[in-house]
Design a binder for this molecule. Structure first.
Ligand code: PLP
Length: 394
């Protein structure tokens, strides 16, 4: 099919919920994608932080094909090997005690919220179910995770939202302390707010949150749907921050492009959700688990260090251009935000896409880059040349 034919079918039969760029893709290789007409695009997005091993990764493709041929699904009423092995790897490498497998980020956060409320209910009884989240956060699109999201623009149309969320400004420990009334059971944060603008929290503030949570037996929930699984140059960003969450959610890049999410709990929280309290049909799917095992296999310490180096290189390059349109370059590893002065991020992103570079936007004024973790120096160079050209033209 041509791009035109694909777009026509979409326009006719798909709910128009996405503001899509005017491009269709047919296949990919490394960190490049190709349209049906053969036009090449350097990918600085990895499908919003998902295709961590890029496109056409041989071992990843083979792991999926092998597992699909052997066993594609059993219900969670039975055991199988891939999810059990994946659980062992994830808990060992994260230092957490147990995992629940879901299918995506919003769903993982829903489960994490359920766990926090049940932890508190089991220990303290009803009336201690509130959760504090941060302004500019983003936690998902379900009714509850929209309520958890600390941006008013997401609290529309779908009333009534789940109650019990309170929002505080990031990096303000006093505001957090003031909001911690005795009906609260958890604080939930992204360590680097992704959708909100690629805003890393101050490490001192995060340490303070951890301390307050420990003192009051409030759970520290860390949403690592975007920052997790190697994105920041560590398996989880909480390692970079030197804190230990009670529960951490993940999704996006974990299976390299197949749908998987989940949450890992520490010793204290590992047994909170018992039989019958939480479940999902597709969770721990063997094909997704085989894909995730291959991602974890390739995500060596060496590769994590390279993610850090590549991120430093990209940030230094963009800063070094000293363009007036570039207000600030920030981020960690291959999660990078560039806030702009005097130009709409969407217009810049559209021009980049036109010129063969895929990028994202975040918050009100930022460009966002989440390239595949395996992106090469050549691909980075080619992408940055297009970006510089576009930025100079604004
Ligand atoms: N949490 C964070 C931090 C995210 O960045 C996202 C998605 O962008 C989500 C949750 C929701 O994930 P999903 O779209 O997989 O439900």
């Amino acid at each position: 099919m041509t791009s035109q034919e694909i777009k026509a079918l979409d326009g006719e039969h798909v709910m128009q919920t996405y503001g899509r760029f005017d491009v269709a893709f047919d296949h990919g290789e490394g960190a490049a994608l190709y349209s049906p007409e053969g036009k090449k695009y350097i990918d600085f997005t990895s499908g919003i932080g998902v295709t961590s091993l890029g496109y056409g990764n041989k071992q990843w493709v083979e792991a999926i094909a092998r597992q699909a041929a052997k066993l594609q699904h059993t219900s969670n009423l039975f055991y199988n090997e891939p999810y059990a092995r994946l659980a062992e790897v994830l808990t060992r490498r994260s230092g957490m005690k147990a995992v629940f497998f879901a299918n995506a980020g919003g769903e993982a956060n829903e489960g994490m919220i359920k766990l926090a409320r049940k932890y508190s209910f089991d220990k303290y009884g009803p009336g201690r179910s509130g959760i504090i989240t941060l302004r500019q956060s983003f936690h998902g699109r379900t009714i509850t995770t929209l309520a958890a999201t600390g941006q008013d623009q997401f609290h529309n149309y779908f009333f009534p939202f789940t109650e019990g969320f309170a929002y505080v400004p990031p990096n303000d420990a006093k505001a957090l302390k003031d909001a911690l009334t005795n009906d609260m059971c958890a604080v939930m944060v992204e360590l680097i707010q992704g959708e909100g603008g690629v805003n890393p929290l101050d490490p001192g503030y995060v340490g303070e949150i951890e301390k307050i949570c420990r003192e009051l037996d409030i759970l520290l929930l860390v949403d690592e749907v975007q920052t997790g699984v190697g994105r920041t140059g560590a398996l989880f960003a909480f390692e970079k921050y030197g804190v230990r969450p009670d529960v951490v959610s993940f999704a996006k890049g974990v299976a390299g492009g197949l749908p998987m999410g989940g949450f890992l709990a520490n010793e204290k929280c590992a047994a909170v959700l018992g039989p019958g309290t939480h479940a999902t049909t597709f969770g721990a799917n063997p094909v997704c688990a085989a894909a995730a095992l291959e991602v974890m296999n390739q995500l060596s310490d060496e590769m994590l260090a390279e993610v850090g180096e590549k991120g430093e290189y990209i940030m230094a390059e963009i800063s070094g251009w000293e363009l007036p349109i570039v207000k600030e370059v920030r981020g960690m590893g291959l999660m990078i935000g560039v806030s702009l002065a005097g130009a709409a991020p969407k217009a810049v992103a559209e021009k980049c896409v036109k010129n063969g570079l895929l990028i994202l936007t975040a918050g009100d004024d930022a460009l966002r880059f989440l390239p595949p973790l395996v992106i090469t120096a050549e691909e980075i160079g080619a992408g940055l040349r297009i970006l510089k050209d576009v930025l100079e033209g604004f």
